[in-house]
Design a protein around this ligand. Structure first.
Ligand code: URA
Length: 191
């Protein structure tokens, strides 16, 4: 099976998943999208209203800001991959419960294993806690690099947090610059 076939098969499995109660209220699951050969992956928390409608990640207001943040460092959906901790929308956009995240993380791990990124950017504390370290506090620990299994992980503010509190944008911009530097260090292509 090619990598593309494996990713399509995984997407199909996710679209039909009934592993946790979030499946009951979804319009569509949101597996993730982007370039499966990319060396950089962005991970959010879970689909919001617009994502649930369209079946695509980060297409609502937070997504528009994420697109701008990515564009600032030469990235878009053709040269990066975007996924979420949970693939189905939590009611009223609440934070996913631990058991929902645990049930869904098998899919993120498979995405990670197929893509084998060199950089993973965790957007917000939910992604950072499930992917990097349970005890991460986003305000304290954002912008730090963590190396695990040969991959470089960083957490920054979730774009929704930046929309709620534009004061945080300065720090987020520093993080994006640091990501760009790491990309250059690792020879990761960008526009
Ligand atoms: N917020 C997220 O964390 N993920 C999305 O896909 C959209 C909004």
């Amino acid at each position: 099976m090619t990598k593309q076939e494996a990713m399509l098969a995984l997407n199909n499995t996710i679209m039909q998943c009934k592993a946790c109660p979030l499946c009951q209220k979804r319009t569509s699951a949101v597996p993730g999208e982007g370039n499966i050969n990319s060396r950089i992956m962005f991970i959010g928390e879970g689909p919001g209203q617009e994502e649930d409608k369209q079946g695509r990640p980060f297409v609502g207001p937070a997504g528009q800001l994420l697109d701008k943040m990515m564009a600032a460092i030469g990235l878009d959906r053709t040269n990066a991959f975007i996924a979420n901790i949970v693939k189905c929308r939590p009611p009223s956009n609440r934070v996913p419960e631990d058991d929902e995240a645990q049930a869904c993380l098998v899919y993120l791990r498979k995405q990670f294993a197929l893509i084998k990124p060199d950089i993973v950017v965790c957007l917000g504390s939910t992604a950072a806690r499930h992917v990097i370290d349970r005890n991460i506090r986003i305000t304290r620990d954002r912008g730090n690099w963590y190396e695990k299994k040969g991959c470089n992980f960083i957490a920054t503010f979730h774009p929704s947090a930046l929309l709620r509190d534009p004061e945080k944008k300065k720090d987020a911009w520093e993080d994006m610059k640091s990501i760009r530097e790491k990309m250059d260090e690792l020879g990761i292509e960008h526009k």
